[in-house]
Design a protein around this ligand. Sequence first.
Ligand SMILES: Cc1ncc(COP(=O)(O)O)c(C=O)c1O
Length: 386
Amino acid sequence: MPQSSRRSEVEPFLAMDVLAKANALEAAGHEILHMEVGQPGANAPARVVEAAQAALSAGRLGYTEARGLPVLRSAIAAHYRDTYGVDVPDGRILATTGSSAGFNLAFLAAFDPGDRIAIAAPGYPAYRNILKALGIIPVEIEVGADTRWALTPELLEAAHREAPLKGVLVASPANPTGTMMTPEALKALVRACDDMGLWFLSDEIYHGLVFNGRQETALAYSDKAIILNSFSKYYCMTGWRIGWMVLPEALVRPVERIAQSLYISPPELSQRAAAVAFEATAELEAIKAGYAANRELLLKRLPALGFTEMLPVDGAFYCYASVRPFSNDSVAFAERMLNEAGIAATPGPDFDPVNGRSYIRFSFAGDNAVIEKAMARLEEWLPTAG
Ligand SMILES: Cc1ncc(COP(=O)(O)O)c(C=O)c1O
C-alpha cells in the first residue's frame, strides 16, 4: 500500500474539529452557541449579491486571466488610494482564490524548500501548516505582553543571528489575538526586514475591522512588501473564495506563472461580485457596528466572569483570553464548555504550540443575541468548571 507523503503530516485545525463536534451536538437536538469560527454571521452585501446575479444571468462564466479581471484589479487599486492614500499600479495587483491561495503563491514564488520564515506565536495555524507542506521551515517566535503580542526588529534579528531567515510573515490585526501593531511598530519591522534583505509578508485580512488604533498597510513603508488580503472578513464573503495580493514588481511574473498552473484563475463569478464590494461601505459599516457592540459586551462580561487576562482587542473579531483562573488545559476546558454549557470556542494550541493550553479564543463575529446568551450560560456554568 503506498503511503501518504511526509509533507502532508500537518497538525489538524482544532477550530474545525470543534465545529464538527458542535454540529454533531446540534444535529442531536442541542442548542449550541457558536463562538469558534472566524467568519462573519452576516451575508455578503446586497450589491455584491446583485452583481453576482447579473453575472449569472448574463450567462457565460469562464476562465479569466490568471491575474484576475482588470475591473477588479483597478477597483482594488482605487481602494488603496481611498483608504491609505497609497498609489499602487494595477499591474502589481493579483486576484486570488481567497488569501489562502495567496499564501501558497507567495510562499512558492519567494521561498525554496529549507528556507526559514519567521512567524509569531500565537498566530494563524495555516501559516505554519502551509509552510511545512511546502517544505519551508516555520520559525515560530513566542511573543507576549512585553512587545504587545507582536514581532519586533530585535526578536527578528535574534532569530536571524541564530540561523539565517529568508522572510517574515505578520498579521495586524492578528488572529487569534485581535491585537494590532501601531503604524510606528509596523514601519520599524518593515524597514528592519528591508535592511536585513528579508521578504516581508503582511496579512492584512482583518483591515477594516479595527476598533482601537489606526490601521496602516505595509505598502506605505516599502514597495518590496508582499501584501495578502481578502474579501472574506470585512466584506463578509468567506464562501466566495476571493482575495488579492499586492506584489513587488520582481514577484509579479513569478507569481503569475505559478498561478496559471496552480489555479488557472480565481472564479469569475466571485471576481465580478467582489469588484463592487468597495461600494458597499454603508452596509458593511453597519455590520461592523454589530461587532463593536459584541466586543464591548465581551470586554465587560468576560473579566467580570473571571477571565482576568485578555489580550488587547484592537481589531478582528476575537478575544484571546487566559483560562488559567479555571483550568490549565484549554483543550479539556473547551470540550467541557461545549458539552456542558453548549458554548463552542477554540482552544489555544491551534495558535500556539507552546503556551496555547493556557488560552481560549472567543469569536464575536456572530449575532449579539448569541453572545448575550453565551455570557449568561457561562455565568451559570463557570462555578462548576473548576
Ligand atoms: C489571519 C488569517 N489569514 C488568512 C485567513 C484565510 O482567509 P481566506 O482564505 O478566506 O481569505 C484567515 C481565515 O480565518 C485568517 O484568520
